[in-house]
Ligand binder design. Structure first.
Ligand code: ZN
Length: 305
């Protein structure tokens, strides 16, 4: 199944649900960054979370950045996801591997660390991005994002994310987000029913692994609550907007002296994009052109003074 996002409502619009399948893009991140098993699970869960959070934004071009900074050996995780269905991300120490936890599962919490912070920045494309920070509650990602939703957005919400990765790579990855809309949040019976359903969400990952589709999973969860699955299916992709031009722009910030140094000592420069792992080679000639540009620009500045 291609990576995709679907939206649904239930209880006459009182409940909003979004589901994502992210198997391929998680595998792509694994390949690009040479991720260990546990790093694949941690980054895959965070990328699914980013896509789920971005899905509730309205304005075209909106993006969500998630940074998880725990004290575990994996170091930080950074994910950038868009309402347009694109996502990219990386972890600081992609090679870290840990023995399975007591349940025999990948020890994401051990790798991320349960002490630390989760930063979420929502950028609607103009003005000031809206950011908020919460402490990590488990380091398992899903519970941490749910905690963020409940404390910072004050909507009864639950998010569940899962990644299955084995010797053949990522076999299943995805997530579900369920939120009670403000107009329904006062309906105690509805919230109580939903809470009991959300408790069952832990059954999401086995369903995912069993190859169930998103509509099948939503049906199982909300089928008797007036579930309406919206017909639009949005495709999801690992995508990074980096380019050779952007690399040149970044190199230029080093200034003439440093660039001259790169020409003399290294006969060029090599830059790796942290988000996608793409490597850019910049030749001595291209560096010399950058120096030329810097000189022209400083002449303009001198003239305009
Ligand atoms: Zn990139």
């Amino acid at each position: 199944m291609a990576d995709q996002l679907i939206r649904a409502t239930a209880a006459e619009g009182g409940i909003r649900a979004v589901g994502v399948i992210t198997t391929r893009l998680t595998q792509e991140a694994r390949r690009r960054h040479n991720l260990s098993y546990v790093a694949t699970a941690a980054l895959g869960r965070t990328m699914s979370s980013g896509l789920l959070l971005a899905s509730s934004m309205k304005r075209e071009g909106s993006r969500v950045n998630i940074r998880v900074k725990g004290k575990g050996p994996l170091g930080g995780i950074l994910v950038d996801a868009g309402l347009d269905g694109t996502v990219r991300g990386y972890v600081e120490n992609p090679g870290v591997e840990l023995p399975p936890n007591e349940q025999g599962k990948l020890d994401v919490s051990g790798a991320v660390g349960s002490n630390g912070y989760l930063y979420v920045v929502r950028d609607v494309g103009y003005g000031y991005p809206y950011s908020s920070t919460v402490e990590l509650v488990s380091g398992e990602i899903g519970a941490d994002i749910t905690h963020y939703l409940v404390t910072s957005e004050q909507t009864p919400s639950a998010l569940v994310v899962g990644v299955f990765v084995g010797a053949d790579g990522v076999t299943a990855a995805g997530g579900l987000l369920i939120q009670v809309m403000p107009k329904a949040a006062r309906d105690e019976e509805l919230v109580a029913t939903l809470e009991s359903r959300i408790a069952k969400l832990s059954g999401f990952t086995p369903l995912l692994q069993a190859g169930k589709t998103l509509p099948e999973m939503l049906e199982q969860l909300l089928g008797d609550m007036g579930l309406v699955i919206l017909p639009e299916v949005q495709m999801l992709h690992f995508y990074c907007g980096c380019s050779f031009d952007r690399v040149l722009g970044a190199l230029k910030l080093f200034g003439e002296e440093e660039l001259q140094d790169m020409i003399e000592k290294d006969h060029g420069a090599e830059a790796t994009c942290e988000f996608c792992g793409d490597v850019y080679h910049v030749s001595s000639e291209e560096l010399a052109q950058l120096i030329e540009q810097l000189r022209t620009e400083s002449n303009w500045q001198a003239e305009s003074v």
